[in-house]
Ligand binder design. Structure first.
Ligand code: 16G
Ligand code: MG
Length: 537
């Protein structure tokens, strides 16, 4: 039995504002000054979750990713480093919305009994935060909830989101056959750096890469990682920009992955030579996009779709070259936002199957586990590659029958360590892209030349009630309001290579309309038509 008085007294110090909260695709996220009670209550849920799982460690990450500096957010990480189990999201929402301290405690007790949780079981939580100034106070609220419920806590202070996911997985796999790595930040850098060196061997880099860290936590952490990568003559020259975390107001302002993806241009602060590789991370370093300008000064984005196609082609080649292709299934997971040309390139050129899921990392991650090698990326740059236990076994046990096979196998093996298996990780993805480009001997122009994106347009439509827009078929079609889908189909039918869909945003009060077509003008036109159908619905 939790100590009723303790929990209620602690909760009283974290009054709930008059608001309705909802645990969405990225946890709770809003203005930081509204989050105090939410974080306290997430602490209660973390206690329940860990006890339910017999004391396995649960992660709590305090971050608002690419949002402005005054925002913050909180999300839970499950034992293998994955997102919180979906069925628990509703418990998070109900706890956050309990109307009084007593009601909160009653709900806590009800969940304990409904979920058959042994309240005597041990509970362990680790927490980390990004660089926002509101972080430490929010961690303090969490600590009060954990103290009141007798949870063992480790505070890892400032980390990237994927580093926290890494640590959770390391802790929970320690001493098992799935041991993931050393339980420390240093262990993370060492694992990545050693896999990177192994993957590169004698391969050479063509020039360096400029990395925009969005003035977020990725900056200091990338600077740290670089120390482990070494910078011998043949090392990768990483030029870190926008790594100012001392000025809290600079976070995500005019820089970062979201800026680049949304504006389709480089941040003004990123100065690079023509054809020089550039990359931008987001504020918590779980997202990355590449880009460059060509000799005529034109900007080219190499987004999550491009990283997915690059990784899939490289991994499929390695599986073939190492003699494992018959044994390993490879697949790519995308969302409806993936450019149609990328999907066509993967299915028709690479001959690799593509699965489309709902938007949100957890959906893609889940679908990717169904392949031996599951490559998943959202166009916005969230993503990673998952290797099944079966794949890891084949890769480590396969006897190569030629030096070429042995070489491919060694590269494949190093990638299973280089690629973060818990979650999409901008730092790990950065090194992955660099390894692949070096192996292929590709410039960013070669990478871009693999296929030509269909012109596309994304429009944000404000509506009275976005909840009436219910999608199906991986959010590519609307079942409600009735009749809207046939109007969209009719509009799409009028354009060459036309494709369009509308879905309610999970993070903003709006409906998003995506359209692509054979030419820029047609894509704009189609997006406008579908947006007005949505407005009129
Ligand atoms: C969240 C998701 C991201 C998704 C985005 C869609 C995670 C960690 N983040 O940021 O994957 O692309 O929401 O936003 O899952 P939307 O629903 O507003 O379009
Ligand atoms: Mg992020």
């Amino acid at each position: 039995m939790a100590n009723k008085e303790k929990v209620i007294a602690a909760s009283a110090k974290h009054p709930r504002p008059d608001r309705i909260f909802s645990y969405g695709t990225a946890g709770f996220r809003m203005k930081a000054n509204l989050l105090d009670s939410v974080v306290f209550r997430v602490g209660l849920l973390a206690a329940l979750r860990s006890r339910k799982l017999n004391g396995q460690t649960i992660g709590v990450m305090i971050t608002a990713s690419h949002n402005p500096p005054e925002d913050n957010g909180v999300k839970l990480v499950d034992p293998m480093g994955e997102m919180l189990d979906q069925s628990w999201e509703t418990y998070a929402t109900s706890l956050a919305n309990a109307t009084s301290d007593e009601a909160l405690f009653t709900l806590y007790e009800k969940l304990t009994s409904d979920l058959k949780i042994n309240s005597e079981a041990p509970a362990r939580v680790i927490v980390a935060r990004d660089t926002r100034t509101s972080g430490p106070t929010l961690v303090a609220s969490l600590v009060e909830a954990l103290t009141a419920t007798g949870v063992e806590l480790t505070d890892y202070k400032i980390l990237t989101t994927p580093q926290l996911h890494y640590l959770v997985r390391c802790i929970n796999t320690k001493g098992t056959q799935y041991e993931y790595g050393e339980v420390s930040e240093k262990g993370y850098y060492e694992k990545l750096a050693s896999a990177f060196k192994k993957a590169m061997r004698s391969k050479k880099f063509d020039g360096g890469v400029v990395v925009d860290c969005a003035n977020g936590v990725g900056g200091p952490k990338l600077n740290e990682l670089i120390k482990y990568l070494g910078r011998g003559e043949d090392g990768l020259a990483i030029k870190v920009v926008n790594d100012d975390v001392l000025n809290p107001d600079a976070l995500n302002v005019q820089c970062g992955a979201d800026f680049v993806k949304t504006n389709q241009r480089a941040p003004p602060s990123v100065k690079a030579a023509p054809l020089e590789r550039c990359a931008s991370l987001d504020g918590d370093a779980d997202r990355i996009v590449y880009y460059f300008t060509d000799k005529s000064g034109q900007f080219h984005l190499l987004d999550g779709d491009r990283i997915a196609t690059l990784a899939a082609s490289f991994l499929a080649d390695l599986a073939r070259q190492s003699g494992l292709s018959g044994k390993l299934s490879i697949g790519v997971v995308q969302t409806a936002y993936a450019n149609g040309s990328s999907t066509q390139y993967v299915t028709e050129h690479l001959k690799v199957p593509v699965v489309c899921t709902n938007t949100g990392v957890k959906h893609l991650h889940h679908a990717a586990t169904r392949f031996d090698i599951g490559v998943y990326f959202e166009a916005n740059g969230h993503g990673t590659v998952l290797f099944s236990p079966q794949a890891i076994k084949h890769i480590s046990q396969h006897e190569p029958s030629s030096p070429a096979q042995a070489d491919a196998l060694e590269t494949l093996h190093s990638l299973t360590d280089l690629i973060n298996q818990a979650v999409g990780d901008a730092l790990s993805d950065l090194l992955l892209v660099e390894v692949i480009l070096a192996h292929k001997g590709w410039s960013p122009e070669n990478w871009l030349a693999t296929y030509k994106d269909l012109p596309n347009r994304l429009v944000r439509v404000e509506v009275k009630d976005r909840h009436i827009f219910k999608a199906y078929d991986a959010e590519r079609k609307l079942e409600s309001p009735v009749g809207v889908q046939s109007l969209i189909d009719e509009a799409v039918g009028k354009f060459s290579k036309g494709r369009s869909f509308a879905r309610a945003s999970g993070t903003e009060d709006a409906v998003r309309v995506y359209a692509e077509a054979g030419s820029r003008g047609e894509a704009e036109d189609l997006a406008g038509k579908v947006a007005s159908i949505v407005r009129g619905a």
